[in-house]
Write a protein that binds this ligand. Structure first.
Ligand code: AMP
Ligand code: MG
Length: 341
């Protein structure tokens, strides 16, 4: 197994597997609003919610409700939970379409759209191959034969999406869904809606690097968000001063193992069934965390040149790509100026 470190405040906290964006909180109070922060391990990562509020009671109630959304989404969308709706779809295989309800239907539709836009670099039907690698259990190198057998089952275009009955099925037996590259972002978005519905106007939700901010830190015009250095777990690559945006990082350091000096990580190229080799990390800013999450994974698989072109083509989306050799590239100069290194 592997572990990385996350810097939260100035305290180093060991995190199993995932730690991408680093939230920097240097004090707890400004004006009449105080900061309230809670964290919990859910969806295989540390979810941390920070809200600025004048009332502790209001803050705690809002955080509890928002936290509950992560568990709810995991119960619906995890391919690892045998009773989740996604697992039911996977078990039904090509034999039946399964009604999934509006929420999962939206996520699968968005995943399919990003699959198309990325030319298949993002593919939520990677499940037969991601299961072979087993990164959730620490990882192993699959045999070339097993990859050759499972790879033809990967293909988002073979998902049957029936919007008349909000059901989903597969054209080919043995296919399966893995929403691991978008579900966390989606959960961040729905959790943020809960905070807003409870009257919170200034907050950060960070699900192990899938992060969204609203408003600003008390006494400031922004939240300061750090992006982890992909090769130095204790260091920041850069920081941003952000308001009302999502910022999500996909990195080859989140879930990986080393074998014979080679890094094997969890972001797979659907064309080969192997870990994508073009990048160390991709950080995407977008209006929603679901879009940023899916786009970060897609751009990672596409590699720096095609990844930047893909991000630039999407309205409201910007990003930073660290290539395989550590070189940093930006979608636009203004973003580079905004970042402090
Ligand atoms: P992320 O950390 O958001 O980049 O998502 C990586 C996770 O998404 C992996 O752990 C897999 O569950 C899944 N995944 C891996 N490769 C892909 C891909 N090319 N397209 C969609 N999902 C993927
Ligand atoms: Mg992703």
């Amino acid at each position: 197994m592997y572990s990385t470190m996350s810097l939260i405040g100035r305290v180093r906290i060991p995190v199993e597997g995932v730690a991408v964006l680093i939230l920097m909180l240097f004090s707890c109070q400004s004006g009449t609003d105080k900061l309230y922060k809670e964290s919990k391990i859910v969806m295989g990562t540390v979810v941390e919610i920070t809200v600025a509020c004048h009332s502790e009671e209001q803050a705690r109630a809002a955080i509890t409700e928002a936290m509950g959304e992560f568990q709810r989404i995991d119960n619906l969308m995890s391919s690892y939970k045998p009773d989740s709706v996604v697992s039911r779809v996977n078990k039904a295989g090509s034999s039946a379409k399964v009604p999934v309800g509006e929420e999962i239907f939206s996520v699968i539709s968005e995943a399919a759209a990003i699959g198309r836009a990325s030319g298949g670099a993002f593919d939520a039907t990677i499940w037969p191959v991601s299961q072979l690698w087993g990164f959730e259990q620490g990882g192993r190198i699959p045999t070339p034969d097993s990859i050759a057998t499972k790879l033809p089952l990967v293909g988002y275009e073979n998902v049957i999406i029936d919007d008349s009955e909000l059901s989903v099925g597969f054209k080919v037996a043995g296919m399966g869904l893995d929403l691991g590259a978008i579900a966390k972002g989606w959960a961040v978005d729905v959790a943020m809606k809960k905070l807003i519905a409870r009257g919170i106007r200034n907050a950060i939700i960070d699900a192990g690097g899938d992060l969204r901010v609203i408003g600003a830190r008390p006494g400031k015009a922004f939240w300061r968000i750090g992006v982890q250095h992909p090769r130095d777990p204790g260091a920041l690559l850069m920081t941003f001063e952000l308001k009302d945006t999502a910022i999500v990082t996909s990195g080859d350091y989140e879930r990986f193992f080393m074998a014979a000096g080679v890094r094997y990580h969890h972001i797979l190229d659907p064309a080969t069934g192997q870990p994508a080799r073009g990048c160390q990390s991709v950080t995407v800013l977008a209006p929603t965390a679901a879009e940023a999450d899916a786009c970060a994974t897609a751009a990672f698989v596409l590699g720096p040149a095609r990844g930047l072109a893909f991000l630039r083509a999407r309205p409201g989306v910007r990003g930073v790509i660290v290539g395989a050799g550590g070189e940093v590239q930006w979608t636009d100069e203004a973003l580079a100026v905004m970042a402090r290194q």
